[in-house]
Design a protein around this ligand. Structure first.
Ligand code: MEV
Length: 315
């Protein structure tokens, strides 16, 4: 590594079950997504701070509004260190596309904050990092449950309930999970807003769906602990149905879920905010996962990643 370049890294997350209902206090299960690697590199410069992230490359102060969470947290950290927001080149490299429900916004903020703290040689504990990443997530998503931040900061599978102490979820599942990029950008902020409107307009049905999603997460926890992938698949399908009723699925997600199920997936659902983004499909074997992955790509998916869910093989 060039001595002048300081790096911070972070990984993404996958919500197995419980997205959206987690905003309303129900439990959710999420796992680190190690194939999503985000790197922030910073170098001191003599001119104004520049940012090179995704499709933006220019002055920090000119960054587009979809980077507002990141630029605001950068300014905040620089202010905390009594630095003006001038004099750094910040470059973000990501192995995953942005806005696909894989926690990239939290991961980009975490990687950058880690790099800045390293640069200033100040210790950064998980609580401080959590506060800063949540600060940027609020700008991106309005009313985040904190689940993305919790996974990105702690890098452990979690049974997560908003505003409660973190519960690590140590699991082993004889199964493979395909994470599929639909190629369409998700929009977590809009999806969370739409769900709120749905509940406001359909109070009894909306609250029932949220409760049912919470119950499904509880059931998922039990069947995962019994290493019962088949039942988890059924539960995932039920969760997809409820998320669809809440209005956060779309045609591409529905089509790809159908392709996965028709080709022997145990279950398939959207993951994260929805309205685009990614789906996850649970498969009995690696062979099934590879075949289903090919079918998904042939039906319009833009990318797939296969995760081994066995404890000792997890990747
Ligand atoms: C986004 O990854 C998950 C949502 O439940 C929003 C949140 O929990 O903040 C949709």
């Amino acid at each position: 590594m060039d001595n002048n370049i300081i790096e911070g890294k972070a990984i993404g997350k996958i919500i197995l079950i419980g997205e959206h209902s987690v905003v309303y206090g129900q439990p959710a299960i999420a796992i680190p997504f190690l194939k999503a690697q985000i790197k922030a590199s910073i170098t001191k410069s003599t001119s104004k701070t520049k940012l090179d992230a995704y499709s933006f490359n220019g002055l920090l102060t000119d960054a587009s509004s979809n980077l507002l969470g990141l630029t605001t947290v950068i300014k905040k950290v620089l202010e905390d260190f009594n630095q003006t927001p001038f004099g750094f080149d910040i470059k973000i490299e990501s192995s995953i596309p942005a806005e696909r429900g894989m926690g990239s916004s939290a991961a980009v903020s975490a990687a950058t904050v880690r790099a800045l703290y390293k640069f200033f040689n100040v210790a950064l504990d998980n609580q401080k990092l959590t506060d800063l990443v949540n600060f940027s997530e609020k700008i991106y998503h309005g009313n985040p449950s904190g689940i993305d931040t919790a996974i990105v900061v702690n890098e452990k599978p979690l049974y997560y309930i908003k505003n409660q102490a973190l519960l690590e979820f140590d699991y082993h599942l004889d199964a493979f999970l395909i994470v599929t990029d639909t190629g369409e950008k998700g929009n977590t902020k809009l999806a969370v807003t739409n769900v709120k409107s749905f509940i406001d307009n359909n109070v009894s049905l909306g609250n029932q769906i949220i409760k049912d999603l919470g119950n499904l997460t509880e059931q998922a926890q039990k069947v995962i602990l019994k290493n019962n992938a088949k039942s988890l698949g059924d539960i995932m399908n039920q969760a997809q149905n409820l998320l669809s009723q809440l209005g956060v699925s779309n045609t591409m997600i529905d089509n790809l879920n159908k392709v996965a199920i028709e080709n022997n997936a145990l279950g398939s659902k959207l993951t994260g905010g929805g309205l685009g983004g990614c789906i996850i499909s649970l498969c009995k074997s690696k062979k099934d996962a590879e075949l289903i992955s090919r079918k998904l790509l042939a039906n319009g998916a833009k990318g797939t990643w296969i995760m081994d869910m066995r404890k000792e093989k997890r990747d």
